[in-house]
Design a protein around this ligand. Structure first.
Ligand SMILES: [Zn+2]
Ligand SMILES: [Zn+2]
Length: 241
């Protein structure tokens, strides 16, 4: 499990025919207050738990799981992870926390055809994605966790309750599936997506000083060019209406 920088670790997703999101661990090693950011696809929990342990991070120091959003490729193995770390809290933006608590899984599967396919593939039960959420996040919440400070930015468009976590001290951005490396952005056709909102979210992120970009999939970038997010937003703007 590579260390990205002090207090940030990266566990790469293992894509199959459905992508598996990356997992990030945030929190200074001595803080005894580690947060997991996103868990990944159904069936992809075990190797990530192993990676955490191999890094010397004790599971009892993991205090919470923060979701950038609740698509299946990010939340699918939450049940597996919670079995190993039962005391960890779950923190999700309010707009995706409420359906998650009610067992409304439309934000998880994104579309009906996909739901049927995944339930068959993984033998998922009807209530597989009903979880209590200990903290409902809001835009501009300041999280003082693991001896670090992370700001919550609500960046809807890819999903309705999508968030980014931003660490201003080290210019680190964890944007979920809103913006990736290689000038790519997240899809905007699933349940709860909104292309115009995605455009606004991209331009909002473009205002931040970002050196380290840690997206939900594909490459991570440690020396992001200046204006990278602005260029990405401009490229995609014609499609986001
Ligand atoms: Zn997504
Ligand atoms: Zn994803």
């Amino acid at each position: 499990m590579p260390r990205v920088t002090d207090g940030v670790y990266f566990i790469q997703g293992m894509d199959e025919f459905i992508p598996d999101s990356h997992m990030y661990l945030i929190g200074k090693p001595d803080s005894n207050d580690i947060s997991i950011v996103d868990v990944g696809l159904t069936g992809k929990g075990a190797y990530k738990i192993e990676s955490i342990k191999k890094q010397g991070v004790s599971l009892s120091s993991v205090k919470r799981i923060i979701m950038t959003h609740t698509h299946l490729d990010h939340i699918g193995c939450l049940g597996e992870i919670r079995k190993q770390i039962p005391r960890a809290e779950l923190w999700v933006h309010r707009l995706e926390a409420e359906p998650l608590e009610q067992g409304d899984d439309r934000p998880v599967y994104g579309m009906n055809e996909f739901k049927g396919m995944c339930q068959m593939q993984y033998g998922l039960k009807k209530d597989a994605f009903q979880f209590p959420v200990e903290r409902k996040l809001e835009d501009r919440d300041i999280l003082e966790i693991g001896d670090m400070v992370w700001e919550v930015l609500h960046i809807p468009g890819h999903s309705m309750g999508g968030i980014a976590l931003y660490n201003e001290a080290a210019n680190i951005l964890i944007p979920g599936d809103v913006v990736y490396a290689d000038y790519a952005i997240g899809r905007f056709d699933l349940f709860g997506a909104d292309p115009a909102a995605l455009k606004r979210s991209l331009y909002r992120l473009a205002e931040l000083k970002v050196e380290i970009l840690l997206p939900g999939h594909n490459q991570i970038v440690k020396d992001l060019p200046e204006d990278y997010i602005k260029k990405t937003a401009r490229m995609w703007e014609p499609y986001l209406r």
